[in-house]
Design a protein around this ligand. Structure first.
Ligand code: 5GP
Ligand code: ZN
Length: 119
């Protein structure tokens, strides 16, 4: 996608601090880390969000999850981590190129959601 920021990072048109790359995925440090370890893992192919994902993306989506433990460990999060994929307005998605956040400590991250999300 021409104007997609993560496609530009995949193409090397915007610099990033890469931590992993292969033919299918790229992983790089988030520009505004929310935790001591905060890496983004993106498919190289443009998929806007999980709403646009389909069975043709099964392998690359599986690869993103399958890499997460290794990437977390390599970045120093060896005692636990969290993966998040925000989707759409309600999910708080800001960049519409599917991406998986990998967050890690060293300290516990706290609850992801407050216990009650509905009144
Ligand atoms: P979302 O809210 O869409 O799940 O998360 C988007 C993430 O992308 C945010 O954590 C934001 O800091 C990160 N981000 C946005 N633009 C850039 C960029 O140009 N480079 C990097 N490395 N991260 C970015
Ligand atoms: Zn894109």
């Amino acid at each position: 996608m021409e104007n997609c920021i993560f496609c530009k990072i995949v193409r090397g048109e915007i610099p990033s601090r890469k931590v992993y790359e292969d033919d299918d995925v790229l992983a790089f440090h988030d520009i505004q880390p929310q935790a001591p370890v905060h890496v983004l893992v993106v498919p190289k192919v443009h998929i806007a969000s999980l709403y646009e994902a389909d069975m043709s993306h099964q392998a690359v989506l599986g690869k993103m999850l399958a890499l997460s433990g290794r990437l977390a460990s390599e970045q120093g999060a060896s005692d636990g981590f969290r993966t998040i994929i925000n989707t759409g307005r309600v999910g708080g998605q800001e960049v519409y190129h599917l991406h998986m956040h990998v967050f890690g400590g060293p300290e516990p991250l706290g609850r992801m959601l407050s216990k009650r999300v509905t009144p």
